[in-house]
Design a protein around this ligand. Sequence first.
Ligand code: FES
Ligand SMILES: [Fe+2]
Length: 393
Amino acid sequence: MSREQLIEMAKNNMAHARAGTIPQTDDIYKVPVEKYFDKDRWQEEMNKVFRRMPLMLAMTAEMREIGDYKAMDVGGYPVLLSRTDSGEVKAFVNMCSHRGAQLMDEGCGNTTKFTCPYHAWTYSRSGQLAGIYSPKDFGDIDRSEYGLTELPCLEKAGLIWVTLDPKSTLDIELFLSGYDELLEHFGFENWYHFDSQRVEGPNWKIAYDGYMDLYHLPILHKNTFGADFPNQAIYYSWGPHQRVAGPSRGSEGMEAKPEEEWPTEHLIAGVWTIFPHISIAGFDGGGRAVMLSQLFPGETPDTSYTIQNYLMEKPPETEEAAKAARDQLDFLRYVVQEEDYATGIKLGKALATRAKDYVIFGRNEEGGHNFHRWVDTILETDDEDLPKLFQTG
Ligand code: FES
Ligand SMILES: [Fe+2]
């Protein structure tokens, strides 16, 4: 079923390529400038988007083995992911039940148990309180009541989503709106995590706008990779999640062959964004690879940071291939830091002058229309009504 969707999209992309057209929205779309810098608005986005929506926090490739864990700070919220003895991934608040110390330092590793650095209480891989230091002195407690606080978590398509609200009842699969089935065609569960790096950026929405924008490629990126890129985009959405493809990309020579033979890697070309903060873009450095970018808000409305993860279909087999992967990673840091985010940081300062009331997204920039509408809708929706937003049928 999902392959049929990929074929339909490929046909649509080819038809647009032949006709020299792209789909256009009915109208341009205006976003009031203060939505990019107003502190109250930003705080609401933190509370209602980043604390209520599932976030894609880790890749299976980072924690494939039993006992593997990943500790991370998600915009100030400490999270601990653990591959438990049964092989499933659980997510917890990275916080000891005694007096609240963070159990594990940021990073990945493998462990038989989690030991608190403050008074050495220990927890199993699945979060139960296993040991108390000097238990006789401490006094009796019912250990079953003092496990780690679990967060909703789902591993799907080689990616791991977590909701930063222990009480959330929003079904993560429902939120994914069927998009996960498309993402499964990458086969990320068997891919190799080459390396990750951090890039500082502008306001999170300014940064995210750029990931869905092909209009700027031949202009802003003319000195790096964009000179030969078409600036046209076709958007496909599943709930708030959007794939962006070019009208012609990946279609050359394919049409003559029967559909069953159309290669999957062509069918999944383009940029796959996962609302509200992920972009997956295909590259070829050291072998078939993607840059999976995880965007997180910073401490203030005008800052964000991005973890750029380089995922490869196979580990590089030669030193040359490893060097090519490293060069690709360096190159992508340069492009994002010096071109996209440098522009975004200055753009943010310009918006804050309030010299204009609105920014505008053209009829060719549907991705921006959809993204900003979804953020607005989520802010307006109460917890109990959230599932209705994603019941696409
Ligand atoms: S805070 Fe963790 S053992 Fe005391
Ligand atoms: Fe860009």
